[in-house]
Design a protein around this ligand. Structure first.
Ligand code: AKG
Length: 349
């Protein structure tokens, strides 16, 4: 298999007064047997750009637009990801980044999220499996498509630059956003799973950034990750909060409940107490789950924003999520479709 070595260096001028010359690591390629690299990795070499653009779905559909862009410059980094955090992410498949999202953004999104739940907006799921539970487990996806506040956040906040650093990529595309709210007393757990089986994509560079919009602890349903499980190359059977059969592929094994200490005995389960604005990052194959919200008074809100880097291929398959906009690309190709997956940036420039 050929390797793609990205441009030698990307100049990152830190807003915190630090100028960094970051040598770009060789681009990571597919090694797993579950990934089917039909396309040669060079097929998207021409898309060398990292742009500070918003998500603009009103633009005409033009998947070729990237081929004209060659810049590899990231102008500003408002949140430099440390070498330790990057190493932890690559080793464990999950990492906690502290104090990433400014308080004003958190407050605005928290208010918008609660309104989403109360109005039942977006592509919603009710995961409240316990009818006697006092609170709901509410989830909704594709929020940015109908609410500008979510769209702006996904496109223009600090998150795309964090995604660029964690995926070591010079181009970030927005995939979709998803809200997970557990009201006080929402006893329903988030069943253990990994994300790739839900998605019409394959590859290493599909990153989720789970933004805490409230304080979060194990008691209030903090997300738990099985360290290193992203390296098992295992797709577990998808399970939605409401057990939607459309996602359940019985050829795949169910993900064990690693919240059970007996089951996770020989593994390391990672979880963090979070403050609003902290961010959990995870790889698309990392197994994760969460307990219910045992608090009688504290709501738990997480907003998961998914981004794409370079190592990703379009893979429509049975049992995967339907997207609001189908990308105009052939299966196995890099999804260079600016309408379905807009290129995003920090807006810091
Ligand atoms: O917040 C949760 O309970 C689940 C989050 C999750 O599964 C995800 O962000 O992929």
């Amino acid at each position: 298999m050929k390797r793609f070595t990205a441009a030698a260096a990307t100049l990152i001028a830190g807003k915190r007064g630090r100028a960094m010359n970051v040598a770009k690591a060789p681009h990571r390629l597919a090694h797993s047997d579950i990934r089917k690299p039909n396309a040669s990795p060079e097929s998207h070499l021409a898309d060398a750009s990292f742009c500070f653009r918003g998500i603009d779905n009103t633009r005409g559909h033009n998947p070729k637009v990237d081929q004209e862009q060659t810049s590899t410059m990231i102008d500003f980094v408002t949140y430099p990801v440390s070498a330790e955090d990057l190493a932890a992410f690559q080793r464990d498949g999950a990492v906690c980044l502290r104090n990433v999202v400014p308080k004003e953004d958190v407050a605005r999104l928290r208010e918008a999220s609660i309104a989403f739940m109360n109005e039942g907006r977006g592509r919603t799921r009710d995961g409240s499996t316990d009818m006697n539970a006092k609170g709901r487990f509410f989830s909704a996806a594709f929020l940015g498509a109908i609410d500008k506040r979510f769209n702006d956040f996904a496109a223009n906040s600090v998150l795309p630059e964090v995604a660029a650093q964690l995926m070591e990529t010079d181009q970030v595309r927005f995939y979709y956003d998803q809200l997970f709210i557990k009201e006080p007393g929402a006893t329903s757990p988030t069943a253990w799973h990994n994300d790739l089986p839900y998605w019409p994509l394959l590859g290493e560079d599909i990153l989720s950034l789970w933004v805490a919009l409230t304080p979060v602890s194990r008691e209030t349903s903090g997300v738990q990750y099985l360290a290193g499980s992203h390296r098992w190359n295992t797709m577990f059977r998808a399970i939605t909060p409401d057990n939607d059969p459309k996602f359940m592929d019985y050829d795949l094994e169910p993900c064990p409940n690693y919240s059970d200490p007996e089951i996770s005995r020989d593994h390391e389960v990672l979880s963090w107490d979070l403050q609003p604005g902290d961010v959990l990052a995870h790889h698309p194959l990392t197994a994760h789950g969460a307990g219910g919200n045992a608090s009688a008074s504290a709501i738990r809100i997480g907003l998961s924003i998914r981004y794409l880097g370079r190592d990703v291929r379009w893979s429509p398959r049975p049992f995967v999520m339907k997207l609001p906009i189908e990308p105009q690309v052939a299966p196995g190709q890099f999804p260079a479709d600016d309408l379905a997956f807009p290129i995003v940036g920090s807006g810091a420039g």
